[in-house]
Design a protein around this ligand. Structure first.
Ligand code: NAD
Length: 405
């Protein structure tokens, strides 16, 4: 095994630059190459790393990084539309590959990633940081211990008021996508953790999805009041495609139902709107706690601070001893989980099948919305392997269990 891993980071937008310090802090790992097609952003990324004492080589074409031949792992942090192609090229070269969260624009790109993985054997991991959120992990821990009994229903979402930020910025990828596409464009922050709780791709799978969207009035209503001269403010000349709220219902092979909400253009405090409901307990992020049957008083939500005392996930127990600052620790945990897999030559905890599944929700929800909420069959990216004891990744970052088959 090499003493130190050589990492590359592709994409120096706000997220890519913001992650450099976190990735740099991973033990026995050097960021030796960074890339962006925009030279000013590349220079900003280099400056951040230089201040941390690192000396990365800079590239405007990621293919030149592949050509170096010395890269062990790559973090792809570009935009929703480019991830899959860049990931595919790194996987073809046998380099451990990860990508930031995104939804697919077509099922084809999901299949392309799965087929590349199966042909090359190169692992792929979606960097879904919310799978390592403190609450999400505590609930996963409790579900695994049977505290929830049989889980039958879950909710999740991305409820984030972005009217003042990226939805207002004509050069940001999120703006273009929300202006032109209608569906759940950002499902994975909720879907990732819930898929782990529901054992998706390991003993269970999504079989269908039906989505509906409201009209999209929120951004333009905001602009008309706050920035009337903005080029998108005039609703008579610009049609805003994405609904203010898109709701999707996913049916699982085990019968469970998952509801996912996408809402980024209305006034609201941030929430991932998580709810997990089983025969013996219920968790609600928005109610701030958990209620366990026969343990907690009738109608009482036990606050998470109390729940942590008994059910803190071991990953978070370990992490508390040495905390990082990104997104309450889950950024560090997911970046380190990927590095850990590359270091130990194991499968990552969120693998190629999981990545394709989470990404596919967007393309399928767009299709369903376009057909008035018509259910769409959910592809089985594992091609049947979900039924038959797939090995879990093992290691300290594992999110799965072999006990479910
Ligand atoms: N997990 C989280 O909590 C979280 C938070 C924010 C953003 N994100 C995700 O991170 C990703 C990036 O978000 P962002 O806000 O930084 O987006 P952004 O559009 O600001 O930045 C993307 C960068 O990628 C560069 N890029 C595009 N194509 C490229 C290519 N072929 N080669 C090299 N560089 C290329 C662009 O020039 C840009 O600088 C998105 O997928 C987003 O969803 C995740």
């Amino acid at each position: 095994m090499k003493d130190r891993l050589h990492a590359a980071v592709i994409g120096m937008g706000s997220r890519g630059r913001g992650l450099l310090k976190t990735i740099h802090s991973i033990r026995d790992l050097d960021i030796v190459a960074i890339c962006d097609i925009m030279e000013d952003r590349l220079a900003e990324g280099k400056k951040i790393l230089n201040e941390l004492g690192a000396e990365p080589d800079c590239y405007t074409d990621y293919r030149r990084i592949i050509d170096r031949g010395d890269i062990d792992l790559v973090y792809v942090v570009t935009n929703w539309i480019t991830h899959w192609e860049i990931c595919r090229d790194f996987m073809e070269a046998g380099i451990y590959t990860s990508c930031e969260v995104n939804g697919a624009a077509s099922l084809d790109e999901c299949w392309e990633l799965v087929r590349t993985y199966e042909r090359t054997g190169t692992p792929l991991m979606m960097l879904e940081n919310c799978c390592y959120g403190r609450n999400e992990l505590a609930v996963l821990n409790m579900v695994r211990q049977g505290v929830f009994g049989k889980v039958v229903y879950a909710e999740c979402g991305y409820c984030h008021d972005l009217r003042r930020g990226s939805l207002n910025n004509l050069t940001h990828q999120r703006m273009n996508n929300n202006l032109l596409r209608n569906g759940d464009l950002y499902p994975t922050h909720g879907a990732g953790p819930m898929a782990k709780i529901l054992n998706i791709n390991r003993g269970n799978r999504f079989v269908s999805i039906a989505s509906m969207s409201t009209p999209g009035y929120g951004v333009q209503d905001y602009l008309q009041r706050h920035q009337p001269d903005h080029p998108l403010a005039d609703a008579r000349s610009v049609h805003y495609a994405c609904g203010d709220v898109t709701t999707s219902l996913l049916k699982c092979a085990g019968g469970e139902v998952l509801m996912i909400r996408h809402s980024v253009s209305l006034p609201q405090p941030y929430s991932r709107a998580n709810r997990v409901q089983g025969t013996r307990a219920v968790y609600s992020e928005d109610c701030g706690g958990i209620h366990i049957d026969d343990v907690h008083e009738h109608e009482h939500w036990e606050p998470m601070e109390e729940i942590y005392k008994q059910y803190e996930h071991p990953i978070w127990q370990d992490y508390q001893a040495n905390p990082d600052d990104g997104h309450g620790g889950m950024d560090f945990l997911v970046m380190d989980a990927f590095a850990d897999a590359a270091r130990n030559h194991t499968e990552p905890p969120i693998d190629a099948y999981d990545t394709a599944t989470y990404m596919a929700i967007t393309a399928l929800s767009e299709a369903s919305v376009a057909m008035g909420g018509m259910p769409q069959a959910f592809p089985d990216f594992t091609r049947g392997k979900w039924t038959s004891g797939r090995k879990v990744c093992g290691g300290k970052y594992c999110l799965d269990t072999e006990e479910i088959y």
